[in-house]
Design a protein around this ligand. Structure first.
Ligand SMILES: *[C@@H]1O[C@H](CO)[C@@H](O)[C@H](O)[C@H]1NC(C)=O
Ligand SMILES: *[C@@H]1O[C@H](CO)[C@@H](O)[C@H](O)[C@H]1NC(C)=O
Ligand SMILES: *[C@@H]1O[C@H](CO)[C@@H](O)[C@H](O)[C@H]1NC(C)=O
Ligand SMILES: *[C@@H]1O[C@H](CO)[C@@H](O)[C@H](O)[C@H]1NC(C)=O
Ligand SMILES: *[C@@H]1O[C@H](CO)[C@@H](O)[C@H](O)[C@H]1NC(C)=O
Ligand SMILES: *[C@@H]1O[C@H](CO)[C@@H](O)[C@H](O)[C@H]1NC(C)=O
Ligand SMILES: *[C@@H]1O[C@H](CO)[C@@H](O)[C@H](O)[C@H]1NC(C)=O
Ligand SMILES: *[C@@H]1O[C@H](CO)[C@@H](O)[C@H](O)[C@H]1NC(C)=O
Ligand SMILES: *[C@@H]1O[C@H](CO)[C@@H](O)[C@H](O)[C@H]1NC(C)=O
Ligand SMILES: *[C@@H]1O[C@H](CO)[C@@H](O)[C@H](O)[C@H]1NC(C)=O
Ligand SMILES: *[C@@H]1O[C@H](CO)[C@@H](O)[C@H](O)[C@H]1NC(C)=O
Length: 303
């Protein structure tokens, strides 16, 4: 085990073959898990004479154009705008999760037209959701989770028609959930948990026919659960707990024949539990407590 407590290394990476920019990271070696891999990283990156395609965390295509930046969990600290995005026209994956990147998500990310995966989770990024991300028509995975962002999710998100997985929990977002989210026809996983979303769940959510997991828990969402939720015929889990939802549980919930997890606890739901819930034969986890519901839970559940 190499111990490098308290070291602070600053490296300037010089351009090579014209496709890597001045790539400036401050690398603070923390007191935790940075051992051999980080040493390999540092020595491979500080070697300005070798192609970046040999650097730890960088993959290139057969033409030596960078396609993957996988720098998750390496104790990196710095601003993302120190990346010269125009140097990576073939970038497919940008993964810098679980580091200490701070500052805004650079607008230039919208130039990376071939991006399919963006994972910026578990950093200290601030500022808003860049509207320009809507230009990334091939994006299938987007995680901004566990950051210190602010503002609302722009309606431009509707342009991400290839999106399969959106992990936007604990990001700092607020405002309404945009109605345009209904245009993400391929979306399978949506996690907006633990933000400050308010207003209501848009009816358009029912257009996400491929959705498997929907987590809107721990926000400030009011009003009724839209009946269109019953159109999510592939839904496996539905987490709406710890909001300010009112009215009754829509009877259409009974149409979610694949539903296994339904958590509606800690809301202001009233009236009778719909009988249709008895049709949810796959249900294994049901939480309705901490509401003002009455009636019985049909014995057919979970059988
Ligand atoms: C630096 O790059 C040169 C040329 O590619 C290579 O021969 C050398 O082994 C590299 N050194 C390290 C420490 O990676
Ligand atoms: C690899 O990079 C070259 C040079 O930028 C590019 O023209 C080509 O389309 C890329 N190939 C693939 C398979 O991405
Ligand atoms: C990004 O990298 C982290 C750390 O290596 C890894 O756990 C995570 O699964 C990666 N994200 C994606 C979308 O592959
Ligand atoms: C960014 O990279 C492009 C393409 O490699 C280059 O033309 C440009 O000068 C670079 N800009 C900066 C600020 O380094
Ligand atoms: C994003 O898309 C819009 C409209 O399609 C276009 O006008 C704009 O130039 C694009 N921006 C970038 C950075 O590619
Ligand atoms: C989060 O961002 C706000 C400004 O938007 C700032 O005041 C606060 O210190 C940041 N928190 C952390 C933990 O970085
Ligand atoms: C959504 O993110 C939270 C973290 O805030 C996590 O606990 C939860 O399991 C995630 N939901 C799903 C459906 O994966
Ligand atoms: C909760 O919902 C009620 C209506 O059901 C509304 O009057 C109230 O303002 C909401 N509270 C918050 C904190 O949004
Ligand atoms: C979606 O749900 C609503 C309300 O339950 C229903 O009226 C509508 O017909 C459904 N849409 C489709 C396309 O099935
Ligand atoms: C339960 O499902 C059956 C068959 O799919 C249907 O006929 C019935 O109307 C449903 N019951 C409720 C209460 O939704
Ligand atoms: C729950 O609902 C009943 C009947 O609608 C009402 O009388 C009661 O005051 C409600 N309780 C709370 C705590 O809201």
């Amino acid at each position: 085990m190499v111990s490098s407590c308290g070291n602070s290394i600053s490296i300037q990476l010089l351009p090579f073959w014209g496709f890597l920019p001045v790539f400036f990271f401050h690398i603070f070696v923390g007191n935790t898990s940075l051992d051999n891999p980080s040493q390999a990283l540092l020595s491979s990156w500080s070697n300005g004479s070798s192609t970046p395609c040999n650097w730890v965390g960088i993959l290139c295509n057969e033409s030596n154009s960078v396609t993957h930046i996988n720098l998750g969990n390496l104790g990196l600290r710095g601003r993302l705008d120190s990346l010269n995005f125009s140097s990576f026209p073939n970038l497919n994956t940008l993964n810098v999760s679980t580091n200490s990147f701070y500052g805004d998500i650079p607008h230039q990310i919208g130039e990376l037209k071939k991006l399919q995966t963006i994972d910026l989770a578990y950093n200290k990024l601030s500022g808003g959701f860049p509207k320009i991300i809507g230009n990334l028509s091939r994006l299938s995975y987007l995680s901004l989770a566990f950051n210190n962002l602010s503002g609302s999710i722009p309606s431009e998100i509707s342009q991400l028609t290839s999106l399969l997985n959106a992990q936007l929990q604990n990001s700092g977002f607020s405002g309404s959930i945009p109605r345009e989210i209904g245009k993400l026809k391929n979306l399978m996983f949506l996690n907006l948990s633990s933000n400050q979303f308010s207003d209501y769940i848009p009816r358009e959510i029912g257009m996400l026919r491929n959705l498997i997991e929907l987590d809107l828990s721990q926000n400030y969402i009011s009003d009724r659960i839209p009946s269109t939720i019953g159109n999510l015929s592939n839904l496996y889990s539905l987490y709406l707990y710890a909001n300010n939802l009112s009215g009754s549980i829509p009877e259409e919930v009974g149409k979610l024949s694949k539903l296994s997890i339904l958590q509606l606890l800690q809301n202001n739901l009233r009236s009778l539990i719909p009988v249709s819930i008895g049709n949810l034969t796959e249900l294994t986890n049901l939480r309705l407590d901490d509401n003002n519901l009455s009636g019985s839970i049909p014995s057919s559940i979970g059988t």
